[in-house]
Ligand binder design. Sequence first.
Ligand SMILES: NC(=O)c1ccc[n+]([C@@H]2O[C@H](COP(=O)([O-])OP(=O)(O)OC[C@H]3O[C@@H](n4cnc5c(N)ncnc54)[C@H](O)[C@@H]3O)[C@@H](O)[C@H]2O)c1
Length: 356
Amino acid sequence: MKVVQVEHASGSYPVYVGQGLLGMAGIWERHLGGRVLVVSDETVADHHLGRLDPVLEAHGRHRKLLLPPGEENKTVAQWQRVIDELVQLGAQRDATVIALGGGVIGDLAGFAAASYMRGIQVVQMPTTLLAQVDASVGGKTGVNHADGKNLIGAFHQPAAVVADLDTLTTLGNRDYRAGLAEVVKYGAIRDPHLFAWLEANADALSSRLPDMLAECVYQSVRNKAEVVAADEREAGQRALLNFGHTFGHALETVTGYSQYRHGEAVAIGMVLAARLSELLGMAEAGTTDRLRDLLDRLGLPTRLPDDIRRNELLRRMRLDKKNRADQIRLILLESLGQAVVRSCPADDILEVLKST
Ligand SMILES: NC(=O)c1ccc[n+]([C@@H]2O[C@H](COP(=O)([O-])OP(=O)(O)OC[C@H]3O[C@@H](n4cnc5c(N)ncnc54)[C@H](O)[C@@H]3O)[C@@H](O)[C@H]2O)c1
């Protein structure tokens, strides 16, 4: 097992990365207080909830709440169910919420923990690669509104994160690959060694060898922890984590959130952002090709489909509230391993969209 300690304004917490962690009594003894509510989704519960039972029985008073899976359930209505369950449990300020699932469960249960009695502790137990390398670390929690993703939420750092690599064995292939896109992102924006390691091990990563997974999750969490420690509330460098996301988010929106996994849209978005970086003379020729080769080898999409209207994508990107006048703020590359925030002319963005 490896441990990354995440520092933040009011303390710090461990992220445990390894195999066999869900049932490891030592971790539970250290982090479980008061009454316990386990929140999971039905799919994850079928595969992994049973592994918590011995520890929960030994701990005492607890309840389990299983929500329907999927982004469409990251809602105020499901948040209300978590709050109701905490009330039923008689949870006090010392109670613990355990979020066992992907990013949807982590965000939703984390937000319930942030808001119940103005904040009780949450232990994140992420079960998707995306949640292990990204969503479970950093304290962003929330739910969606009909008019916008993550519109309602709070910063609420977990008491601990338990990333059990064994859970990844049951993850569908598309979800697994989508998580890899976020790992590539850390390499591209701030960690050239990680990028080179991914290039050297792309084939082994596809077969989910435990040592490879451990390195992948550990290096990603280490990168995210460094960024969060420097900028917990996204006043500066945390924005770099949005590399590929402005393009990707526009693509997810125009395709109705149904055609692409988040990580797939981000993969295409990163290629577009790299191409724009080259067009503006910020990154050397060949940067985009190298990034696209790696994403291709990891089985991720790298091209915009022909039937997507480029003007519509640009229109969506203009809606971002960080923009000024006819410029759109984006994360661009100076090289693979070095990113910056830049305001870009809409015409240049359209040129890149039309040529990809
Ligand atoms: N808080 C943050 O900083 C942050 C960062 C990135 C993403 N997110 C959020 O994360 C969410 C996406 O997360 P996600 O990709 O994990 O989606 P998800 O939670 O919907 O999980 C994807 C699917 O995989 C299933 N699943 C989960 N673990 C499994 C396992 N071990 N075996 C088999 N199936 C499993 C789930 O039931 C679901 O159907 C989005 O809502 C996004 O906004 C949050």
